[in-house]
Design a protein around this ligand. Structure first.
Ligand SMILES: *Cc1c(COP(=O)(O)O)cnc(C)c1O
Length: 368
């Protein structure tokens, strides 16, 4: 297990931990990939060896996610943040788009869209420091809007959409950077899904975009060629040199997800881990959870004590116990445990034991 390599349990929000079997396989093939005499990092992206790697990665992703045939899967660069620009450039056909602002990244996406046209925030939870997914219905959408943009899992604040929002006939766009492949999703309900890879998919440097084909080809004339989905789709994501290594490792992760039972099994594992952690935090007198119960994320669990100095001590002491990267985002404070697909159950058990012990020592006077 992890101890063989003296590894820690890594609760970082991103780049996050990767499944150990994936790292082992990548390490085995690092210097000479399957008899090619080269590392995947060294070979031509147009050669037959890499072509097979990229095709298999896409095929496995499609199977695991259940991507319908009328969607393109693009392997791009620039992180999810680049999609904050690419989405309006490609999809704001009439110049009007609606945004739900439920956290840091959806706020950034909204702000970026306003540079390109009439973007409106139709619902926000900023007034309660993003402790929930704000309520809205399709009636809140503006007539004639080109798309509705949501962030499906809010990495910084630890909230998650409990169900796919009903956007009626309006194209639904979702940033799924921190929850992609953590549970089954009905891709056909979305016009476009994007995700930076470094949370649940693989190494940083790869961004996956899933886009319905009828949305291609209507980008604004000023769209930079690299940000035009049609260019990228027509070139099979190889308009320029793709992030070869990241695609290779992502392909291994997709296979790991498939061999571990697919997204239904991932969801069951993730629910088991999250339930244990939330229950432990609810019962430990010292800690308060940040997110409202009906908006809680399975991936990012945010919590705090009443004292920022005690929060810092928690993070430092946990690191000494081999439980690392538990500090909350600077915009949220407190603690955040990111328990992505690759976090083993035993890591969460160890964290829960630590939480209970810490609470017993420092909870003098705290009640619930
Ligand atoms: C991490 C994250 C981003 C930013 O991703 P980059 O790849 O660093 O640009 C955007 N949205 C969400 C939901 C994230 O978790």
């Amino acid at each position: 297990m992890e101890n063989k390599y003296d590894r820690v349990f890594n609760f970082a929000a991103g780049p996050g931990n990767l499944p150990l079997p994936v790292l082992e396989e990548a390490a085995r093939d690092l210097i000479n990939y399957q008899g090619s005499g080269m590392s995947v990092m060294e070979m031509s992206h147009r050669g037959s060896v890499f072509k097979k790697i990229a095709e298999e990665a896409e095929a496995t992703f499609r199977r695991v996610m259940g991507v319908p045939d009328n969607y393109k899967v693009l392997f791009l660069q620039g992180g999810a943040s680049t999609q904050f620009s690419a989405v309006p450039l490609n999809l704001m056909k009439t110049g009007k788009a609606d945004y739900v602002v439920s956290g840091l990244f959806s706020g950034k996406a909204f702000k970026e869209a306003r540079r390109f046209g009439d973007a409106a925030c139709i619902a926000s939870s900023e007034d309660t420091n993003f402790d929930r997914i704000p309520a809205f219905t399709k009636k809140d959408l503006r007539p004639g809007t080109d798309y509705l943009h949501v962030c499906y899992n809010n990495t910084v604040f630890g909230t998650h959409f409990a169900a796919v929002p009903d956007a009626g006939d309006v194209t639904l766009v979702a940033d799924m950077s921190s929850c992609i492949m953590s549970e089954p999703v009905d891709v056909s309900k979305f016009g476009l899904i994007y995700a930076g890879a470094q949370k649940n998919i693989g190494p940083a440097g790869l961004t996956v975009v899933v886009v319905r084909e009828d949305l291609l080809g209507a980008s604004r004339p000023e769209t930079p060629v690299m940000l035009d989905y049609k260019t990228q789709a027509d070139a099979g994501s190889m308009y320029n040199t793709p992030p070869c290594w990241a695609i290779y490792v992502a392909g291994l992760v997709f296979r790991w997800v498939e061999e571990t039972g697919g997204l239904a099994a991932m969801k069951a594992r993730n629910e088991k881990k999250a339930a244990l952690l939330y229950q432990t935090l609810e019962q430990a007198p010292l800690f308060t959870l940040n997110a409202q119960k009906d908006s809680r994320s399975l991936m990012n669990v945010t919590f705090h004590t009443a004292d920022p100095d005690l929060d810092k001590l928690f993070v430092a002491e946990a690191a000494k116990a081999g439980l690392v990267s538990l500090a909350g985002h600077r915009k949220a404070g407190g603690m955040r445990a990111s328990i992505y697909n690759a976090m083993p159950y035993e890591g969460v058990v160890k964290l829960c034991d630590f939480i209970q012990n810490f609470s017993e020592i420092y909870a003098k006077g705290c009640t619930k």
